[in-house]
Design a protein around this ligand. Sequence first.
Ligand SMILES: [Zn+2]
Ligand SMILES: [Zn+2]
Length: 186
Amino acid sequence: MVFTHDTEESLQAAVVLVNAGEPPVTIETVADLDAFFAGQGYTGRHDSTQAELEEVLALQPRLRELLTADRDAAVALVNDMLATAGAVPQLVRHPPTDWHIHAVPSDAPLATRILVETAMAMIDVIRDDELSRLAVCADDDCAGIVLDLSRNRSRRYCSTTCSNRNAQAAHRARRADQASAASPTA
Ligand SMILES: [Zn+2]
Ligand SMILES: [Zn+2]
């Protein structure tokens, strides 16, 4: 594990949320948000309203900026986000999770909690100087964010769709090279 469990979960969820705004868009409706909430294991307040959906979607550009910022820029963003939200870190324990940090109450709006959680997670990333764990997808046409928590830092694509597409393109390019090398007219 690169970071503590809750830090990795928060980063993962933030990346999923940002990437959900890239084609094919996967969070558009309240039902999509419900699925995201359940899928990422969120607890606490969840209104399931259009207003909550709009607040959460409005986070996408802010989270993208934070997750792709350089170290000093990320520090400024984290400090600003935490101060604006009035964050007060508290150790909490609720099943099935052991002691971990919440910095805003569990009845705060979902968008506030996602933002603060991501900012808290970025504290670890910044202190450990591990911002290289976050990057934009290596696919030329994809703006998805890659969170690489692998030991050998081998992840380059945001999704299996992107990695498969690029593996196929590389394979086709190799075959085309071989074909032109074998052809007498080349
Ligand atoms: Zn919790
Ligand atoms: Zn991608």
